[in-house]
Design a protein around this ligand. Structure first.
Ligand SMILES: [Zn+2]
Length: 270
């Protein structure tokens, strides 16, 4: 038989018997696409083939969420902790169009029907349909999220970072470093398609030390800078994380978008 093939085609060995004919079937796999829309601070919408995820919503001057709700999209909502710049109780008003809320357990119930909430503490895992979530720790409050969905593997750090404040007492600086290194020991070696990570400009010349360490200890295809406090970030000279980061994106305005494509690959275990 004639087989159309392109670089995304993967041949399966499926063989179907039809009457006395053996017909070889080809599974043509399309490239995967992901659309990322920036909201504010650490807030993002991530759209994959079958899912629309919302991370750390606190405000959205681009009306991105309102448009999704209007289109009757079903959302999966993630809130890494209760700080006002990562969480807004208004998310409860979306619940008729939310399949599940994955909430750090420091967030109180804000009127969401209990059956829709998955409370997560660090290192707990939840499987919701074909969406897999594992919470990791934070160096501030709450959790970070590892999510596997529609062939993508992504990590949203929440407020996990090496929070080195240069004006702070040495004791606190060492504590901040130790907390961060301890969490990095747990994340070491992860393979990530996309990682959302804070690069807070208030840390001044120490702004990049956390993300640099993160990218040297996990493998990231696409880095998305967040929690910038308005100041654009690009990898500084010397930011050479094993050569594994192939791209970085730093959105500034609510509604900024990035589209990613990749070949499909098999799902892996957490
Ligand atoms: Zn924060």
């Amino acid at each position: 038989m004639i087989v159309t093939s392109n670089k995304w085609t993967e041949r399966s060995s499926n063989v179907a018997k039809l009457g006395c004919l053996w017909i070889k079937r080809e599974e043509i796999r399309m490239p995967l696409q992901m659309d990322i829309i920036y909201l504010e601070n650490s807030g993002f919408v991530v759209q994959t083939a079958q899912h629309t995820l919302v991370f750390d919503y606190y405000q959205d001057t681009s009306d991105t969420i309102a448009k999704l709700l209007q289109k009757r999209k079903l959302l999966h909502v993630f809130s890494s902790h209760s700080h006002h710049d990562h969480f807004n109780p208004i998310i409860s008003t979306w619940q008729d169009q939310v399949a599940a809320f994955f909430l750090s357990d420091d967030i109180g119930n804000v009127g969401i029907r209990p059956e829709k909430i998955v409370w997560l503490r660090p290192y707990e895992t939840s499987i919701h349909g074909d969406l897999k979530v594992k919470a990791y720790g934070s160096t501030d409050l709450g959790v970070s999220f590892l999510v596997e969905v529609d062939g993508w593997r992504l990590f949203h750090a929440g407020d996990l970072n090496w929070w080195h404040w240069k004006w702070d007492h040495k004791y606190n600086q060492v504590l901040a470093q130790n907390l961060f290194e301890k969490e990095m020991d747990k994340l070491e070696g992860l393979q990530l398609d996309v990682a959302f990570f804070p690069v807070d400009s208030r840390l001044e010349e120490y702004r990049s030390i956390g993300v640099k360490e993160f990218c040297s200890r996990v493998n990231v295809e696409q880095l998305v800078a967040m929690h910038t406090r308005g100041e654009r970030w690009s990898p500084p000279s010397g930011f050479i994380p094993k050569g594994s980061v192939v791209a970085s994106w730093c959105p500034i305005f609510s509604g900024d978008r990035l589209q990613l494509k990749k070949a499909q690959r098999a799902a892996t275990d957490f």
